[in-house]
Write a protein that binds this ligand. Structure first.
Ligand SMILES: NC(=O)c1ccc[n+]([C@@H]2O[C@H](COP(=O)([O-])OP(=O)(O)OC[C@H]3O[C@@H](n4cnc5c(N)ncnc54)[C@H](O)[C@@H]3O)[C@@H](O)[C@H]2O)c1
Length: 314
């Protein structure tokens, strides 16, 4: 398995970059905002939790970035197209470009709605609206964010200092936060896991398309257990059993590495116990094993024929 290692030196290339990030008020997103700010990036972050978002913005500003970073918060509910656009516009207005786009916002789901004791011919008549909400936050908004990112990341007017045109070791990129539940089974997380698998699908759709058509890389991050409020329901059991636990900063470093390292594209980085591994490398390498030699050969020929997939709809 290909390990992805965080490099303090390489990630210094984020200095002066304009970064847009959603879901930055707490947890993994907040840890990412903090690293980026201290690296000297100009961070524009959104979250629907205005109180925490503003507090983080103020705390960071009070500590002054060693490398000249800036930070700016805006209230964004990722379900709103306009609010997501406004965040990109903030970065564009201030720097004339966006270099990195990171989508971290996510919610878990209430447990129980698929359980046999609650599901019967009577209860099934009530539409469980939180399912749609979950998919909207964890998947639909992520896909719309990625599409927006392509439009903003491509329109670099090159006029600002520190931009990608002045820094050859840097290439623009999108980082989407999925989950271990996006690559394996996750009992009980019906909507969450479906959405997080969808995020991996979005990254896979983008990974050849983005670099060729927009000059933009795309990667996904798949954290295993990470010590944030999202894990509160199972944390006690996890700690008691001495299972591997990431800190939010562990995951944030993998996000930052994917944002900074021009050689990483199309990875789904499984983060466990503080270390990151690209699971896509293994899936691609073992294609003939799990698909069958012959199928794999024909499949790859099919992929070549389909190219970047412009002609799906007649
Ligand atoms: N903690 C884990 O163990 C774990 C594991 C796998 C994946 N993840 C993923 O990591 C990401 C970050 O989660 P976290 O663990 O830091 O949890 P968290 O709850 O601490 O952070 C999630 C952030 O997203 C924000 N958010 C949620 N819905 C939003 C909306 N509609 N609009 C704007 N902001 C919204 C929250 O306010 C919060 O600041 C999520 O996508 C989550 O699914 C976490």
């Amino acid at each position: 398995m290909a390990e992805i290692k965080y490099s303090e030196t390489l990630t210094d290339n984020l200095r002066g970059k304009a970064v847009v990030l959603n879901g930055g008020a707490q947890g993994i997103g907040a840890a990412t905002v903090e690293i980026l700010y201290n690296k000297g990036a100009n961070v524009f972050f959104g979250d629907w939790n205005e109180e925490r978002g503003r507090k983080l913005e103020q705390d960071l500003k009070a500590g002054a970035s060693e490398n000249g970073g800036t930070v700016s918060f805006r209230r964004v509910d990722v379900r709103s197209h306009e609010m997501q656009l406004a965040l990109f516009d903030d970065a564009m207005r201030a720097h004339g470009r966006v270099d990195v786009a990171i989508q971290c916002a996510g919610i878990s789901e209430p447990s129980g709605w698929f359980e046999p004791e609650d599901l019967n011919l009577e209860t099934v008549r009530n539409e469980p609206t939180p399912v749609k909400d979950n998919i909207e936050i964890n998947l639909t908004s992520v896909l719309l964010f990625a599409r927006m990112a392509l439009a903003y990341l491509r329109s670099d007017d090159g006029s600002s200092s520190g931009g990608s045109k002045t820094n050859e070791d840097f290439s623009k990129s999108i980082v989407l936060v999925s989950s271990i539940a996006g690559i394996t089974e996750a009992p009980g997380l019906f909507a969450y896991s479906s959405a997080k698998h969808g995020v991996i699908g979005a990254m896979r759709s983008l990974r050849k398309f983005g670099p060729v058509k927009y000059g933009v890389r795309a990667n996904a991050i798949c954290p295993w257990a990470t010590d944030t409020q999202l894990l509160s329901g199972v944390k006690e059991m996890w700690v008691r059993e001495k299972m591997p636990m990431n800190t939010p900063a562990d995951v944030a470093r993998m996000i930052v590495q994917c944002a900074a390292d021009g050689n990483i594209n199309g990875a789904a980085v499984f983060v466990a116990g503080g270390r990151g591994f690209d699971t896509e490398e293994g899936i691609d390498r073992t294609l003939p094993q799990w698909m069958g030699e012959e199928n794999a050969q024909v499949f790859l020929r099919g992929q070549e024929l389909l190219g970047l997939g412009k002609n799906w709809a007649k």
